[in-house]
Design a protein around this ligand. Sequence first.
Ligand SMILES: *Cc1c(COP(=O)(O)O)cnc(C)c1O
Length: 420
Amino acid sequence: MTGAASPIWHPCTQHALQPQMTPILRGEGAYLHASDGRRIIDAIASWWVVTHGHCHPPIVQAIQAQAERLDQVIFAGHTHEPAEQVAAGLLELAPPGLTHVFFSDSGATCVEVALKMALGYFRNIGEPRTRIVVMQHSYHGDTIGAMSVGARGVFNAAYEPLLFDVAVVPFPAAGAEQAALDALAAICKRDRPAAFIVEPLVLGAGGMLTYPASVLREMHRICRAFGVLFIADEVMTGWGRTGTLFACEQAEIAPDIACYAKGLTGGALPLAVTLCNEAIFAAHLSTDRARTFFHSSSYTANPIACAAACANLELWRRPETRARIGSLAAAQERCLARFRYDERFSDLRRCGTITALDVQAEERGYLAEVGPQLQAFFRDSDVLLRPLGHTIYVMPPYCVTPGDLDAIYSAIDEAVDHVL
Ligand SMILES: *Cc1c(COP(=O)(O)O)cnc(C)c1O
């Protein structure tokens, strides 16, 4: 805020190219208020976490009340009401067959937990399966294990020697769905893998790539047939983003393991969960202490974060919340339509409340120069959008108004004119 250089090293930020951060004082609904008085529309829900809106009153109140009662307690050997309520509420809302809830604090961590559960399961039932199958272009977080099951690229080239080897199924792009399914079946048969981890319906960081529920359903069937555990990473797709509470609902499948984070607290506090089925829990249940699930983090099931999650679950029990998703999805479709026959764009796509489109720039991919150029233009237009290379996407909090959406899409229109 002053002229002095800040000692902070920001995430995914090249400080040599972007020395100035925007200081934010306040958040309210779909807006962020900057210290210079600007009001910025948060069109990417502050990195996909804010669902109902910033500082949503029922969530704020739950946090305030819990902070005065119990702030933190060791979760080994102890429990508390907010965690019990979150777990019970999740099992009511999640796909059937998931019976146990393990808490952690970020998307990457709940993925690590999922992978450890899968390997622990096979070890404990005496079947030597350790290989993991992943989908091309996937993203599951930035810790070593989560990077190992994600796409390799510029983001993790330096750490490549530390990443474990996985089997990769091609992305089921339009027209290539059967090839992807055949590849999954062939790997399952050949490698006898432990698990397949996948982002259901939308690959987020990989470029907001969408594929149909029928393909997800078929991938689940193949895994079943070969005894391969199916891990649904719903860290981004959960909490209404794809039009249903969880994306797996659209394929009518019940994963063996499900990962939820980001919108679990409505975006107010970090909290994550890994849900698993009875067989996986039972494989760890033993009087033999060597079979314990050895995973913990200091803040496991932090009571304040759990209270925020309780308030979020309560909101999802209300029909108005689900109705809001439907009307936002329809509004997003109408907004996207203005670019349908526009030669500056290709691959217009929408999944639930998320839209994405590719800019017909010469250079493509995550490091395409058009990305930062567009972002700079958006910043000057008071719209928070962060293109993934040449892909622009809109993933707003659910409280955006038609007027806000209009401003977002007008900014896209102008920004692309400006950079092309
Ligand atoms: C964001 C994301 C993660 C990682 O979540 P963090 O909370 O940032 O660690 C994992 N999986 C998917 C699909 C994500 O979109």
